[in-house]
Design a protein around this ligand. Structure first.
Ligand code: FAD
Ligand code: NAP
Ligand code: SF4
Length: 682
């Protein structure tokens, strides 16, 4: 029986967040845990020091509990790291010792992950040979002996985790990984005692839990992660979710963690377009059915959101995973009333999940130091320099604040009246409201690091005389293709459209289908409240039924996406499918949203001219007239380097970062990373 949230309030502003909780045999000091994320550090040989530094920083940052990235229990578990024998436990021991030494009151729990049909290897296994939509291979059907071997492997891995010094384990039984495929009818076609009826389908997780508990004994935290809503047609019914959770509780699980996806589902569950804490209410319903604590998660990125969720009684613990990449000190900052210093996770996935799913090391767009704690540091400088930074976009902001934090005397100039550069356009796009948080963060950091900010100041070479170092972060100029009629009144720049300075007609062609072309299409077809700010709108747009909870939580009927009456065509010259270059884990959501709004997407376009009739082009060699009122030019960008070139002409050296250095494939991730790397060495 858990100590439910009670009257042990210790904190005036976040009484629920900062009250301890009894979990199994022990107590967790507060209600925020760092959720499991596979960073890639687990998979690097001899990287215990890097992994330790990464976790130690988060442990010192105040979380009550850390759950590691997934560790495989069996050779078939997937590409990632595995813990199969005593030799493997040694590396883990280094990590657990480091965390316990740095923060003895923080629990570190190892996640056991068997990816089953998503393992990506020909020897992958599952209850039945049903290939996942996103799997590389059809899985091999497990025999009875094979099932027994897998159960024994989970128990062995848990035992080794205990031996390696962890405080507990989490088993992931969701997301389309091995355990969840036993539960769902369409991936479990068996007719033996492991398939068919619900009792048979849940036998595998129940048996795993029983054997794991026997292996680790009572004094070891045991978290089990279930899909409380798998976002899958034909997924689990609500009564099955409840009965599974109760059965796991009866077998000795200490905490039920709720997850809200199968990776193959067509509903975004953690992207920035998902409202904050959208799924917590589902956890709340499950919590009423159980007597052990429950964890909720998904888009809970600030302490006030966590506090609200806990105060509503939706959960006993809140999992914040990506927010801990963005800011390792989030919990301490909340405790000390320094929330405005939190570098908020904006849910972009650009440097975390997009990296994970493309085999690259995880880091964070807003915090380039994440997962690079041993190599990217900002120690105080012995000899402060006077540094001029021109441009207060993401690159200039990141450089200026980090350099000032090191002790340099930094002056930051921008021609505009507010900091943020292009982020001031990005924040206006429905679904990108989180970008305001990054601007708030940098504004606060400017204040506390003592950067001398000079807005409304267009800098020329003369103004930069006398500084020890000059950093040019002047960003980009929108590309103006050399096309006949490009200055016709029908042709407008994306900047004027997003800033609200241009009139947009009812029939529109968007020239260029990169990230900005997609954002502009979103903006001009949008109607009503942003789904990111309203759970009901979000549910309607993605076909989720939170109230009735049909199987999987999804209605299966065509989602209703509000749209205005504009006819929009999104064009590109490439012959590849439109939107192919968008983010790995979020691109599909943008493509689907625009398709549902009726946006036409045309590739293989050669532009000819713009005139009173519209946009003339050829598509596949055939002449086509796009009969439109407005052509919005989103044709990429060129570096804004005139200041740099003028300085070079006078013999003054400067450093170039962000878009000013290279506009091709520029994004804020690269801009902030370059800025951080320069600030670390200057
Ligand atoms: P900028 O942001 O362009 O900043 C340059 C600054 O320099 C400006 O503030 C400008 O006023 C100032 N400046 C220029 N010349 C002078 C001068 N002579 N004197 C003084 N000041 C000067 N990126 C992502 O990673 N993810 C996204 O989801 C994303 N969405 C976007 C959505 C939109 C609508 C837009 C427009 C961009 C988006 N981007 C996104 C791109 C991202 O904003 C840019 O990559 C990033 O802003 C580049 O940073 P920067 O600091 O190099 O340049
Ligand atoms: P982009 O992604 O490079 O796209 C530019 C588009 O313009 C492409 O469709 C390109 O495709 C077209 N184009 C290039 N040269 C052209 C020319 N001469 N004439 C006509 N069309 C031309 O750049 P962007 O959309 O401007 O975005 C800038 C950066 O911001 C991107 O690199 C992106 O990473 C970032 N961003 C990211 C997001 C996000 O959600 N992650 C959102 C917005 C912006 P064709 O050559 O095939 O026509
Ligand atoms: Fe959050 Fe984006 Fe950083 Fe990932 S990369 S942790 S989503 S801010």
């Amino acid at each position: 029986m858990s100590d439910r949230i009670n009257d042990m309030a210790v904190h005036a502003k976040y009484p629920h967040v900062f009250s301890p909780l009894r979990v199994g045999h022990t107590t967790v000091k507060n209600r925020i845990l760092m959720g499991s994320m596979h960073t890639g550090l687990e998979d690097v040989d001899n990287a215990a020091d890097r992994l330790s530094a990464y976790f130690v920083e988060r442990a010192r940052g105040g979380v009550g509990m850390i759950i590691t990235g997934g560790i495989g229990p069996h050779p078939t578990a997937g590409h990632g790291a595995k813990l199969l024998d005593d030799n493997g436990a040694a590396m883990h021991r280094e990590v657990t010792d480091a965390v316990h030494a740095a923060a003895p009151d923080v629990k570190i729990v190892m996640q056991i992950l068997h990816t089953g049909p998503l393992a990506g290897t020909p020897d992958c296994v599952a209850p039945s040979p049903v290939k996942s939509r996103i799997g590389r291979h059809a899985p091999n059907e497990l025999t009875e002996e094979g099932i027994e071997e897998q159960i024994a492997a989970f128990a062995n891995c848990a035992r080794l985790a205990k031996q390696a010094g962890y405080d507990g384990i989490e088993i992931i039984g969701s997301a389309g990984y091995l355990i969840s495929t036993f539960l769902v009818e369409k991936t479990n076609l068996r007719s033996d005692r492991w398939g068919g009826s619900w009792e048979n389908r849940m036998r595998f997780p129940v048996e795993v839990v029983r054997r794991v508990r026997q292996a680790v004994g009572p004094d070891f935290i045991f978290v089990f992660r279930i899909s409380a809503m798998d976002m899958l047609q034909g997924g689990l019914a609500w009564d099955e979710v409840v009965s599974l959770a109760k059965a796991l509780e009866a077998e000795g699980v200490d905490v039920i963690s709720t997850h809200f996806c199968w990776h193959e589902s067509f509903v975004p569950t953690i992207a920035t377009m998902v409202p904050r804490a959208a799924f917590a209410g589902v956890t709340g319903r499950l919590r009423k059915e159980l007597s052990i604590p429950v964890i909720t998660s998904n888009r809970i990125n600030m302490p006030d959101v966590a506090e609200e969720v806990l105060a509503r009684g939706d959960a006993d613990l809140v999992s914040m995973a990506r927010p801990m990449l963005a800011d390792a000190e989030l919990v301490n900052k909340a405790f000390e009333g320094r929330e405005d210093e939190i570098n908020t996770c904006i849910g972009c996935n650009q440097a975390c999940l997009d990296h994970t799913f493309t085999g690259r090391m995880t880091t964070c767009l807003v915090n380039a130091r994440a997962c690079r704690e041993t190599e990217l540091n900002f120690p105080p400088v012995a000899t402060p320099k006077s540094i001029a930074v021109v441009g207060a976009g993401p690159a200039g902001l990141a450089f200026a604040t980090l350099a000032a934090q090191r002790g340099h005397k930094v002056t930051l100039f921008d021609a505009g009246s507010e900091v943020g550069g292009q982020f001031n356009l990005a924040k206006r796009i429905p679904g990108k409201e989180e970008f305001y948080e990054t601007l708030r963060y940098f504004a606060k950091m400017i204040e506390i690091t003592g950067v001398d900010l000079r807005l409304d100041t267009r800098v020329d070479a003369d103004l930069l005389r006398g500084f020890d170092e000059i950093v040019i972060a002047t960003g980009i100029e929108p590309r103006k293709p050399p096309l006949e009629g490009i200055d016709h009144p029908k042709a407008v720049s994306y900047i004027d459209v997003i800033a609200g300075r241009a009139t947009v007609g009812t029939k529109v062609a968007i020239m260029g289908a990169g990230g900005i072309g997609f954002d502009v299409a979103e903006l001009i077809t949008h109607q009503g409240t942003s789904a990111a700010l309203d759970i009901e709108v979000f549910a309607r747009e993605w076909g989720i039924d939170f109230a009735n909870h049909p199987r999987g939580g999804v209605t299966g009927i065509e989602p209703q996406v509000a749209r205005n009456s504009r006819e929009v065509t999104l064009l590109q010259r490439k012959t590849t499918p439109v939107g192919q270059g968008l983010g790995k884990t979020t691109g599909w959501t943008h493509r689907l949203t625009l398709q549902r709004r009726g946006v036409r997407m045309v590739s293989g376009v050669d532009y000819v001219r713009i005139d009173d009739a519209g946009l003339h082009a050829t598509v596949g060699g055939e002449p086509v007239l796009f009969d439109v009122d407005t052509v919005i030019v989103c044709a990429g960008q060129e570096p804004a380097r005139s200041l740099h070139d003028a300085l070079a002409g006078t013999g003054i050296a400067s450093h170039l970062i962000g878009g000013a250095l290279e506009a091709g494939e520029l994004d804020a991730k690269r801009a902030i990373r370059q800025a951080s790397e320069l600030a670390a060495v200057l």
